[in-house]
Design a protein around this ligand. Structure first.
Ligand SMILES: [Zn+2]
Length: 282
């Protein structure tokens, strides 16, 4: 239905796989996130558009610096996820998919509207955050996940009390990211996005993840057949001749994907040995 979504040779589509074929750029420092620490007045709006859950934020937040060519106003954030037992991030790291991905969409400040921004090769700046799963709830993420039941069905909208957006983000690791030029991952797939994909994920609980994978639907409330909204990620595209840059402080894929697993093993190994010797003692 959307010819512009057909990936042709040498075109710059998203998402991509992030691997070791990246170039360190020492000039890429942390972005300046204006207003992300503040609590905005008024209210935000959470909406189920049948493809994702979108949080429309008010005016007053912007991103700049970190190699971005201009100041970009923050418009909305939304999520991509998998199914029951399958991961659903859009970008992959060494072919590994995270459970979810959050996108903060920002529009270049010189543009009056999205239509104008979609005509500019750097009209949008999207900040991508991987979401990984741990045992404990993320109380800040609860501002969104607790509202999901009000937007379970396509077309539903609810109000959300504004909170500091920075509380959702990996705030001690904001200078570690990857940069490349790509596209929207939903129609019209416009190749107008300066991508910043952060290295360190946001952590939420299993039950917070399950609220997305099993309690959000792509169908309307009165539909005859109810369809869960799952696997709303686009497939990975070749980078072709594109350069994928690594920020000054990024660890270059060492640690972030492997560390939780390794630490879990080192923590549990003595316990397994202890249990083993206990059982053999019996
Ligand atoms: Zn997205």
């Amino acid at each position: 239905m959307f010819p512009s979504c057909h990936p042709l040779l040498e075109e710059h589509h998203s998402p991509i796989n992030l691997d070791h074929h990246m170039t360190r750029n020492e000039s890429l420092e942390a972005l300046h996130l204006e207003g992300f620490d503040a609590i905005q007045t008024g209210h935000w709006t959470l909406h189920n558009d049948g493809h994702s859950v979108v949080l429309q934020v008010g005016n007053g937040m912007s991103v700049s610096g970190g190699g971005l060519p201009d100041v970009y106003h923050t418009i909305q954030l939304h999520f991509h996820w998998g199914g029951l037992g399958t991961n659903g991030s859009e970008h992959t790291v060494d072919r590994r998919r995270y459970p979810m991905e959050m996108h903060i969409v920002n529009m270049k400040s010189i543009h009056p509207n999205l239509t104008a921004a979609l005509d500019d090769p750097t009209g949008l700046a999207v900040l991508g955050f991987f979401i990984d799963v741990v045992y404990s709830d993320n109380i800040h993420f609860g501002h969104i996940s607790q509202k999901l039941s009000s937007v379970a069905y396509k077309g539903q909208t609810t109000k959300v009390k504004p909170f500091p957006l920075m509380s959702l983000l990996p705030k001690h690791n904001m200078s570690q990211y990857y940069r490349y030029y790509g596209s929207l991952t939903t129609p019209p797939c416009s190749q107008v996005v300066v991508w910043t994909v952060y290295e360190v994920p946001i952590y939420i609980s299993w039950s917070q993840l399950a609220q997305f994978t099993s309690q959000v639907f792509s169908t309307e409330e009165d539909a005859e057949q109810v369809t869960p909204l799952q696997n709303n990620f686009r497939h990975v595209h070749p980078t072709f001749s594109r350069i994928v840059s690594v920020s000054k402080d990024a660890k270059l894929l060492t640690g972030t994907a492997g560390r939780p697993f390794r630490s879990a093993v080192s923590l549990h190994l003595p316990l397994i040995i202890l249990l083993g010797s206990f059982i053999s003692g019996l």
